[in-house]
Design a protein. Structure first.
Length: 401
């Protein structure tokens, strides 16, 4: 009898080994204990979900058209939902038709589809510094060479972008220009216009991710980059219901020029055929029956009071010489501890968790020039009293380092 030595299975793809997991997910797993006040997540406040409205929308769809709701759908998305989203986009000064939109399974899928459609291994992608972590993962999986664009308190430096675009000939620039994750900053209108001019001059795509833009507490809305004439034929605008309706619906969309949108639709066919029909129809029904803008205004008002509570507690919680952003909306603010004193937010996280409070260290958000003194705080999940207590705990951790 011949004994065959088993041959081990083929190794995993190299990109799985070279692109790490999400540090935020790892932190959330460690800090899931209910006694921990968690400023680390990017989760909307669940008590503010319009559960009655969403439930009514699902009930209506399942009662009135159950066979359609539970059937396969088109890859591009349900016409009723695309039409409603097109109308909302047009009302915000960006003329849009239903055919301009592709419904995605969360805006995170939109990023993956764009990476599939645009990026060859070795292509250069420009990103903000610091940058949204899941975007870095997506572009890393696509084999992109990721180059960080220098930023200041207002966001991307257009002159630095122009120089890097000339040097590297990138495929695209990825940006969250409004209430950016992780910093909370907003790119001013004049810089948006400058970015549009750079994109036209250097021949690159702009991927404009806008998951937080409707969550404004104060100040005036800033136009999308996609509204500027120089950028209209080269900007992909991403949107999502995750922060304004409910993330569990996994509903996002992209608005893109026709050829790129068709390429993304082909990529989506290979990924999941289509976004769940029943969720799309329920969202369309919700938009028809409910006032989403009024709901978002209520959510933003609550978030604004929670931001104020965090801003009020930071001076006592943080070491003297610390600085932080004051976002006009969104979910996050960015802290920089003093350069002197050896402050390292990654090393300090364990001490914070011992004091039953958590945050996200800033280093993983950077491609280069990571500042170990930085950290991200999410202010929307806890009520003001809990925020105050969490900051007291953070202050104890920092003082006892």
């Amino acid at each position: 009898m011949t004994v065959t030595t088993p041959v081990p299975p083929a190794e995993l793809a190299a990109r799985v080994a070279t692109v790490g997991g999400s540090p935020i997910r790892d932190i959330l797993a460690v800090t899931a204990r209910p006694e921990v006040i968690n400023f680390a997540g990017g989760l909307p406040a669940p008590e503010l979900f319009d559960t009655d409205g969403v439930a009514a929308a699902f009930a209506h769809v399942l009662a009135s058209e159950p066979q359609r709701a539970l059937q396969y759908s088109t890859t591009e998305g349900e016409p009723a939902l695309r039409a409603a989203l097109a109308a909302r986009t047009t009302a915000r000064s960006l003329p849009t038709t239903a055919d301009d939109l592709l419904i995605t399974t969360g805006s995170q899928q939109a990023l993956s589809l764009l990476a599939t459609a645009l990026i060859e291994p070795g292509d250069t992608v420009l990103v903000e510094n610091p940058c949204y972590l899941a975007a870095l993962q997506t572009f890393g999986f696509a084999g992109a060479r990721i180059v960080a664009v220098p930023c200041d308190a207002d966001g991307i430096d257009p002159d630095a972008l122009d120089a890097l675009a000339a040097e590297h000939r990138p495929k695209l620039l990825y940006t969250v220009p409004t209430f950016q994750n992780p910093t909370g900053r907003t790119l001013p209108a004049e810089r948006r216009a400058a970015l549009a001019r750079v994109a036209a001059r250097r021949g690159l795509w702009i991927v404009e991710d806008d998951p937080y833009g409707e969550l404004r507490f104060e100040g005036e809305r800033v136009p999308w980059i996609a509204t500027y004439e120089e950028a209209r034929d080269r900007t992909v605008l991403l949107g999502s219901f995750s922060k304004v309706m409910a993330p569990g619906l996994r509903l996002g969309w992209l608005r893109a020029p026709a050829a790129l949108r068709r390429a993304c639709a082909v990529a989506k066919q290979a990924a999941d055929l289509h976004t769940p029909t029943v969720n799309q129809l329920a969202a369309a029904r919700y938009l028809a029956d409910r006032d989403l803008d009024a709901h978002v205004a209520k959510v933003a008002a609550v978030y604004g009071s929670r931001r104020d509570a965090m801003l009020a507690g930071l001076p006592d919680a943080l070491p003297e010489g610390s600085t932080w952003t004051r976002p006009e909306g969104g979910m996050f603010l960015w802290v920089r501890l003093p350069a002197t004193g050896g402050h390292d937010s990654t090393a300090l996280l364990g001490k914070a968790v011992e004091n039953e409070v958590a945050y996200v260290p800033g280093a993983p958000f950077h491609i280069t020039d990571a500042d170990p003194t930085t950290l991200r705080l999410c202010f929307v999940t806890q009520e003001p009293e809990e925020i105050a207590e969490g900051l007291r705990r953070l202050g104890r951790a920092l003082k006892n380092q």
